[in-house]
Design a binder for this molecule. Structure first.
Ligand SMILES: [Zn+2]
Ligand SMILES: [Zn+2]
Length: 414
């Protein structure tokens, strides 16, 4: 077995400061032997984890839709490649250095512009997941509902890259959007709201046709921000029709996304398209409370057994700079043990005012006792390329951490 020292030097040879952080982290973990470490199990020891289907990118192969998670986006707000990195790279084959030493382009962005994004794990859109589930927590379980065609789909966040990611990945998985859940009001979480229109089924109304409303679950603060930024997506029902701008012209009805907003509150569970979800407040910069979410997905068995007893418990924290103590206590004391943690890491070891770094993500993964952790929100120039980084992360002891990638599918089966 490798020593911790060996692992650390293998992982982050490029930064002596990172090496110091990781050594400190692991030495303190060995000393404290926290509850969370003892709860961590290797993938071989836990029967649940043998069932995870970690799919390599194969978008042309139709994947049968089962309960699980599809990562529609795993990058930072600028995505990867960062546009400046891609543009500079197009005309300059050499990585450029500024006078201050700051890099204008980066290795990961260069790799991200090679070939088809479908086959490129370094190409990253804004963080978003699509949850497929059988739960029907809003009613008594009917075993006839446990069929593939009764799967419901909930998307967390529809940011600036929503349309692109959804078109790229959803057709391979035969998925629709039955509900939308929003973490916060930044554009990498809500910038694609207008594009939801293109994913909506249309129904006949007394005035013609309109999209079937999609429920959108969000905080009061997020709703108020959307009311300002996307005022036309928040219709004022009692408002009289505006006077025609051109005298004598007939009022023209214009179609936009049809959204049914539902305000949610911290720690108060709600049901989105049959999936019970609990909002978990975390700090995303000290001036903003963002919502993380926890939910449990009934695992897939078979039509014959229809066993709904096994569930996979997920905690999703896509934008976090500081864990709130009451939220951590809630996760540890009120929720089932965390099988899957999805957590933010903008940088590797350097602290950032609005996001976790990898060191903090690993710490919280261990404190929560997550059996498997997936990192999202990676900045383009902070991490090594996807496969290289994951190979190094797989050598860490006491914790199972990997970078997620766009198009990654986790299927939950017994
Ligand atoms: Zn870059
Ligand atoms: Zn944000």
């Amino acid at each position: 077995m490798m020593s911790n020292h060996y692992l650390i030097t293998t992982c982050f040879t490029g930064s002596s400061f990172a090496l110091f952080c990781w050594r400190t982290l692991y030495e303190s973990q060995r000393e404290t032997k926290s509850r969370s470490i003892s709860n961590c199990q290797s993938s071989d020891a836990n029967p649940l984890f043998r069932t995870y289907h970690r799919q390599s990118i194969s978008p042309d192969k139709q994947t049968r839709d089962k309960p699980g998670i599809l990562f529609l986006g795993t990058g930072s707000s600028t995505g990867c490649p960062k546009p400046l990195c891609a543009i500079l790279n197009k005309y300059n084959t050499q990585i450029q250095q500024s006078a201050t030493g700051a890099r204008f382009s980066c290795q990961v962005s260069q790799m991200a512009i090679q070939g088809d994004p479908k086959y490129n794990k370094n190409y990253r859109n804004n963080p978003s997941i699509l949850i497929s589930h059988f739960n029907n927590d809003d009613k008594q379980i009917d075993k006839d509902d446990l069929k593939d065609d009764k799967l419901k789909h909930v998307i967390i966040d529809v940011g600036k890259t929503f349309r692109e990611g959804a078109i790229r990945w959803m057709p391979s998985h035969n998925q629709s959007i039955d509900a939308i859940v929003l973490t916060h009001e930044h554009m990498d979480a809500i910038g694609g709201l207008d594009d939801v229109r293109g994913f909506q089924k249309v129904q006949k109304t007394e005035h013609g046709f309109a999209g079937v409303p999609v429920p959108v679950f969000l905080s009061q603060r997020c709703f108020e921000a959307i009311s300002r930024q996307f005022h036309y997506l928040v219709p004022k029902k009692s408002e009289p029709l505006e006077e025609d701008s051109i005298k004598g012209s007939k009022k023209v009805e214009r179609h936009v996304a049809s959204l049914d907003y539902q305000i949610v509150k911290a720690f108060e569970p709600f049901v989105a398209a049959g999936l019970k979800i609990t909002p978990l407040p975390v700090m995303h910069g000290e001036d903003l409370i963002c919502l993380g979410f926890s939910f449990s997905i009934r695992n897939y068995t078979s039509h014959e057994s229809k066993d709904v007893s096994q569930q996979t418990h997920v905690v999703y924290l896509s934008d976090i700079s500081r864990m709130i103590p009451s939220t951590q206590a809630y996760i540890l004391e009120k929720l089932p043990p965390t099988d899957i943690l999805v957590v933010d890491s903008l940088l590797v070891e350097k602290r950032h005012p609005t996001h976790f770094c990898l060191t903090q993500a690993v710490e919280i993964a261990q404190e929560l006792g997550a059996k498997q952790t997936y990192i999202v929100g990676m900045n383009c120039d902070a991490f090594k390329p996807h496969d290289e980084m994951n190979e190094e992360l797989s050598k860490l002891e006491g914790v199972n951490v990997q970078l997620a990638h766009d198009g990654l599918v986790l299927h939950f089966t017994n």
